[in-house]
Write a protein that binds this ligand. Structure first.
Ligand SMILES: [Zn+2]
Length: 466
């Protein structure tokens, strides 16, 4: 098998086909392991031969990178972290010695925003960009997008690779691409007008932004169900699309179905964690494009199916800046799920429900912000946004306050008393949260509109601990 693989740029399956590549997507898991191993051999040997970084990084590995004989052997290569990538890029700017192709063959430059430390740079070759398009087309096909559908990308077009990845996949598939963007003043109101006029079939955004779009539409007297024509929405960047109450809120608001997607920008094609149109929640792991293993957060030992761990990702067809055994820092559970689509990939049935970094430990209990979001969005009187404030209490115990908006009609009905008129509601919500989280939290009620709506990834945790 040649590595990296070559794809026919003109290929598109028949419209009614469930799969883009039926053989690869439905093969027996043991046969897939053979396909994956062959690609790993090609990818690892290539990185060993072309990357000064991996030459050094694997120097003392217990296995021969030029000849990986099994997936077990592969799992003995060291795990690569974001910190190591940053350090390497600092020492050898801009790409580090990951690039593997001459710098003049870089076709696209993307990166992380660097809000939490030095930004990370991604140099992507033309061949890789085309393969990213191919992979995303294949996965968007599974999501239910077909040639001729209009795909509206309502996310920032910048360094952030998410929007571009959605666009290049939709382009390759033969959809009409509508790169609307986000983030400029007044742009959400314009999105409402344009979505009414163009009537796209699909939307890519963050889950928070989809809810904000629905809210903005209603304020403008536009009914998101009747006046738009969204059939599906696909999301990345936040866990919301696999948070049941958030997913439901979006599906109800637009009368569409929701598909959860997304691994990490570093791992583009990031859609290889990607649901299909049948999956009610969670994401399939498209193992023959990016190979994912779940490992124990402390020991880094592989986690068996059914267990919880940190996804560790490996590119299988990247000639520029391949990431091999890249530590995500996310938390997920994996299972073999019998999905009506017939795909035989492992599945993250709850999606990625937390980052190991985001997990709050409150009085010894692990609390994921996504769980709190699920509870709040399931409450009838919820006002749409919330913040989580973590403080240190008496120097050693952590205290969590959930500041949550209340629906404007309920708030108004409480009258002049303001939040005091809502005391019963507040204690009822505190009870519900305590039962769901297994730990007591304080609840503060705020009027609807108190918190800023985001056009990008919502930042809802305010950590005041020293
Ligand atoms: Zn499926």
């Amino acid at each position: 098998m040649p590595w990296p693989p070559r794809y026919d740029p003109a290929y598109v399956p028949p419209r009614e086909a469930e799969h883009w590549d039926r053989r690869l997507e439905t093969m027996a898991p043991a046969d897939r392991d053979t396909v994956v191993l062959e690609k790993i051999q090609g990818q690892v040997r290539y990185a060993w031969e072309h990357s000064g970084f991996y030459r050094e990084f694997w120097q003392d590995a217990p296995v021969d990178p030029a000849n990986i004989r099994s997936l077990d052997e592969f799992a003995q290569l060291p795990i690569l972290t974001k910190e190591e990538v940053r350090r390497e890029q600092e020492e050898h700017p801009p790409y580090g010695r990951f690039l593997c192709v001459p710098p003049e063959q870089v076709y696209r430059i993307h990166g992380t925003s660097g809000t939490t430390g030095r930004p990370t740079v991604f140099g992507i070759s033309r061949g890789d960009w085309e393969r990213i398009g191919e992979a995303h087309a294949r996965i968007l096909w599974a999501a239910g997008i077909r040639p001729g559908d209009t795909v509206m990308v309502a996310a920032v077009f910048s360094l952030y690779v998410g929007s571009w990845g959605a666009l290049v996949g939709a382009e390759r598939l033969g959809a009409a691409c509508f790169p609307f963007g986000a983030g400029a003043p007044g742009q959400t109101e314009r999105a409402v007008e344009w979505a009414q006029m163009v009537k796209p079939a699909a939307l890519y955004a963050t889950p928070s932004y989809a809810l904000y779009l629905a809210e903005t539409a209603r304020e403008m007297g536009v009914d998101p169900r009747a006046d738009f024509a969204f059939r599906l929405m696909f999301f990345s960047g936040e866990p919301g699309a696999s948070v049941p109450a958030t997913r439901q809120a979006i599906e109800d608001a637009f009368g569409c179905y929701v598909v959860d997607q997304g691994s990490m920008a570093e791992m583009t094609p990031w859609m290889t964690n990607g649901g299909c149109r049948h999956l009610e929640r969670g994401m399939h792991l498209w193992q023959d494009i990016v190979y994912t293993q779940l490992v124990d957060p402390d020991t880094h030992e592989p986690v068996p199916m059914g267990g919880e761990g940190v996804p560790v990702y490996t590119h299988l067809e990247r000639e520029s800046q391949p990431m091999i055994r890249y530590w995500s820092g996310d938390i997920a559970r994996w299972e073999m799920v019998d999905c009506p689509c017939g795909r035989t990939y492992p599945t993250l049935p709850l999606g990625i429900y937390g980052r190991a970094d985001d997990m709050l430990i409150i009085r010894g209990q692990n609390v994921f912000p996504s769980r709190i979001e699920d509870v709040l969005r399931g409450l009838d009187e919820f006002g749409g946004e919330f913040r989580l404030v973590v403080e240190r209490e008496r120097g050693y115990l952590d205290r969590l306050t959930v500041q949550t908006e209340v629906d404007s009609a309920v708030w108004a009905a409480a009258g002049e008393g303001g939040p005091r008129g809502l005391d019963a509601l507040r204690s009822q919500w505190a009870d519900t949260l305590r039962r769901a989280l297994g730990v007591g939290v304080s609840v503060e009620l705020k009027p609807e509109g108190e918190f800023e709506r985001t056009q990008f990834k919502a930042r809802r945790v305010i950590d005041l601990r020293q």
